[in-house]
Ligand binder design. Structure first.
Ligand SMILES: O=C(O)c1cccc(C(=O)CC[C@H]2O[C@@H](n3cnc4c(=O)[nH]cnc43)[C@H](O)[C@@H]2O)c1
Length: 247
């Protein structure tokens, strides 16, 4: 099984690689650097594609295309990194340092404002605003890593007020976390017909800005922990490798 992990920044990519060292580098067409982990039961490549959904989609599509052209397509793409956690409650939110696996990868602000509030792009007659990963895979990966499961919203503007946090929570019942790349990664994966997951570890609370309260180090450590458990969860759900085809 071949897995592409897409993070925003190098610190997140290195936290993923820390679960799977050695992680050797290679350069993709266009200059993105891909780190390849050796010695795991799954082949795992990690890419820091940049912050935001557009950079995430561009980097993911580049890596998927390069792999397909090399005759080594990926079987799974994972959007991974730190994220903001909504206020913890029963069946929603996520506390600092915790792990979230998305059962819905949602475009949080793709749409239009109207006098009656936000209108998602689908209601304008365009595209999609949600990708739903395979539920069995989500359950297996979450169980292995001790993660909460729920929607993760992708935004282009980090939430900085209680009002905006409340608006997103109302619009997306059960929402666990907010980040900036998952939907872009998922769009690229869908364009290539490759399954997708999103795994976030919580570095800050979604709401009023409070930089002193960020726990980026803890979230990166939790990311390494989650990726230590990923290969086992994937091999347990993948079943036996298909027989080679002899024409
Ligand atoms: O300046 C701020 O107030 C602020 C608050 C949280 C995050 C940022 C970032 O610039 C980080 C963006 C980066 O990290 C992910 N991330 C982490 N926490 C959040 C969040 O609460 N909302 C959205 N994204 C978050 C994100 O995926 C980016 O890769 C600045």
């Amino acid at each position: 099984m071949r897995v592409l992990v897409v993070t925003a920044v190098a610190a997140e990519r290195d936290a993923v690689c820390a679960a799977a060292e050695p992680c050797d580098g290679m350069t993709l067409p266009g200059g993105h650097e891909l780190r390849r982990a050796a010695g795991l039961p799954v082949a795992l490549d990690a890419l820091a594609a940049g912050v935001g959904p557009a950079a995430a989609a561009a980097g993911t599509a580049t890596a998927l295309t390069a792999a397909a052209l090399a005759g080594q397509p990926y079987d799974l793409v994972v959007s991974a990194g730190i994220g903001g956690g909504f206020s913890p409650g029963p069946g929603s939110g996520a506390p600092l340092g915790s792990v979230v696996v998305a059962d819905a990868i949602v475009a949080g602000d793709l749409g239009a404002e109207s006098p009656d509030g936000f209108v998602p792009v689908t209601e304008l007659g365009f595209g999609t605003v949600v990708h739903r990963p395979d539920p069995a895979l989500v359950r297996a990966v979450a169980a292995a890593s001790g993660a909460a499961v729920g929607p993760v919203v992708t935004v282009s503007t980090v939430t900085g007020s209680a009002d905006r946090a409340a608006e997103l929570a109302e619009r997306h019942p059960g929402v666990r976390a907010e980040a900036m790349e998952g939907f872009g990664v998922a769009e690229a994966a869908a364009a290539h017909g490759v399954p997708v997951l999103e795994i976030r570890t919580i570095s800050n609370a979604v709401g009023p800005r409070d930089r002193a309260a960020w726990r980026i180090g803890e979230a990166l450590t939790a990311l390494t922990g989650a990726f230590r458990t990923l290969p086992g969860a994937l091999t347990a759900t993948a079943g036996p490798a298909p027989e080679p085809h002899h024409p």
